[in-house]
Each structure stands twice: as C-alpha cells, then as structure tokens.
Write a new protein. Structure first.
Length: 325
C-alpha cells in the first residue's frame, strides 16, 4: 500500500512538489445524510475513503507509477440527501458553485489528475460533480467521478456480477434479492455490506434485526415514461426511469424506514464482493481517463432539466414520518 498523504495538511512547497510529479488527488464529496438507524450520517464519506485507499494502488499499477497517494480535504456536502434527523441538504446551484470552485482551486494548486469520490448517487449530486469534472478538463487536467460507472452498472447492466454477494442466503430469497438488487439504493443490503467491509466500526449490530423494508410501489408516472422511452428505442433512458420510479416510490413509504432492501443479510464477505467490483471498475476507468479517454457522465442527466436546475423540490419526508427504531 503506498503512503497516503493529506494534501491540505502538507507544507505548501511539499504539496506542490507532489502535484508537479503528477500524483493523483482523491477528493471526497459526500453529504451528511440519514442512513437508517444502523449506519452513520457520514456513511458515504467512510465508504468513499475506504474505496479510495483501494483504488489508488490499483490505479498506480495500471499507470506503472509509484509515490504517495494524495487525499484532498473532504467536502461534507450533497444534493438531495435522504431526509431524516441530522441530514444536511445543499441546494443544487450552490453545490455546483462549491464543487467548481474547489476543483478550480485544485487546478490552481497544481493538481494534474483528480478522482472525485462520492458514494451518494442522487442524480443532481452526480451532475454537480460532473460540473467539477468539466471545470478541470477545461483547465487541461484529467478527472472522473467513478460512481457514475457503478450507478450505470446497477441501472442498465446485469446484476449477475454481484450474485456471489448472496451466496449465504437460501433460495428462493436469494434469487428474489438478486432480481431486486438494482432497487436496493440506500442503506440496505448492498450499502450496509459495503460499510461492513470498509468501515465496520460505524455499523450498529442492530442491522441484523432490522425489519425488511416494506414493499415499494413504483411511481406510476415514471413507469409510464419508461414504457414510452422503451417504445422509442431509448433503452438506457427507460432503465433510468424505472430506477427513478422505485426511488420515488420508496420515499412515499410511511413510516419512512430510511433504508431499502434487507440490511439484516449484510455481511463483510458480501461487502467484499461489491468492493472488488467497484475498485476494479474505478481503477480501470481512471487509468483510461488519465490517458486521454472521456470521463463517464452522470446517470439521469435529464433530471437537471426536469427539476429546472433543482428549483422544483423533490418529495418531502417530514421528520415525524421517519422510523428511528
């Protein structure tokens, strides 16, 4: 494992020397967000940091390089976080400015290659990070946000690569969970497993006794839009709209659980399956982007227009509707 240095804690001259050698900067941008009663408000940050520490050596091997890994000071900000006690949302337009300003400051500092790490998959959040990616590209730097790939994998690709994460679960429940895995979008089996693999100290053992998330009724309007997109041959958009239908339906649950799926089945071993996939995808993609390929774009880019750049708010979940136990 290469040395990990915190960029903004280094003496200025030393930091610039590392940047001039081309050391990659990992920059975590994640919200303070309710993740049910069993995970921490900084769960996305903890997973982002854990993934960064595993992606970095793989990326160095792909690039035939060595030297320290640079971690930028983190941003605890995010658009459209799951509502609950302690959640701190940031408006989309403000978020875009904060991200772009921070990325341009990294460019001014001398950063040549940046990985924008997040584990928060809200579409407007990903779009805001992509603004930062484009700002760095405009400065002649290279940048990507790997979560775009993972979200795309879940929304539009087969979930079979994750099947081994369910090997400890008996049939028919195993097959049922695999079929619904792409809708396990927040603090459920998948994310709790990620946390158990990367930050087990921040997972409460109560996850083993949490009731399963109630049955979700997908939003009818988004399902109709998905059928229209499918008839028009827009398969990717149709897949995205179906994911949106399930996500919107989840926020309408009352009481609102704050998690999806079945966290009780989460294990560190299951998390290791997800982590291996995430690290491999991110490391390979970063190597290609740093060699000149275009960075992956965000999932559901149409959400920016649909919400009039975040001016139209999402579904409100009152605090008294959130289940805390």
């Amino acid at each position: 494992m290469p040395d990990i240095l915190h960029l903004h804690d280094l003496p200025h001259r030393q930091a610039r020397q590392h940047l001039e050698r081309g050391s990659t900067v990992f920059f975590s941008i994640d919200p303070i967000e309710f993740h049910g009663p069993h995970l921490s408000l900084r769960n996305d940050h903890l997973i982002s940091t854990g993934l960064s520490r595993r992606i970095a050596p793989l990326l160095q091997a792909r690039m035939n390089e060595d030297g320290p890994i640079l971690m930028a000071s983190t941003f605890d900000i995010g658009v459209d976080p799951t509502q609950g006690p302690g959640t701190r949302p940031v408006p989309f337009r403000r978020m875009c400015k904060l991200v772009v300003d921070a990325c341009e400051a990294l460019a001014d500092f001398g950063a040549q290659r940046v990985v924008l790490m997040t584990f928060h998959g809200a579409p407007l959040h990903s779009i805001a990070l992509h603004r930062g990616t484009k700002a760095l590209l405009a400065r002649g730097r290279r940048c990507l946000a790997p979560l775009n790939l993972l979200m795309s994998d879940l929304a539009t690709s087969s979930v079979e690569p994750f099947a081994a994460s369910l090997d400890h679960i008996a049939e028919p429940e195993r097959s049922e969970m695999l079929a619904s895995l792409r809708h396990d979008v927040h603090a459920g089996f998948m994310e709790t497993s990620f946390a158990l693999a990367l930050a087990p100290q921040a997972v409460d053992a109560m996850h083993k006794t949490l009731p399963d998330c109630p049955t979700i009724t997908p939003d009818a309007a988004f399902l109709r839009a998905a059928r229209v997109a499918e008839k028009l041959g827009q398969e990717k958009v149709a897949s995205e709209l179906r994911v949106a239908a399930w996500s919107v339906g989840w926020t309408k649950l009352r009481p609102f659980p704050g998690y999806t799926g079945k966290p009780r089945h989460a294990t560190p071993e299951s998390g290791a399956v997800f982590v291996r996939h995430a690290v491999e995808r991110a490391g390979n993609a970063a190597a290609l982007v740093f060699q000149g390929a275009a960075p992956p774009g965000p999932l559901m880019p149409w959400v920016e227009a649909l919400t009039m750049q975040g001016r139209i708010p999402g579904i409100d979940v009152p605090l008294d509707a959130v289940a805390l136990d």
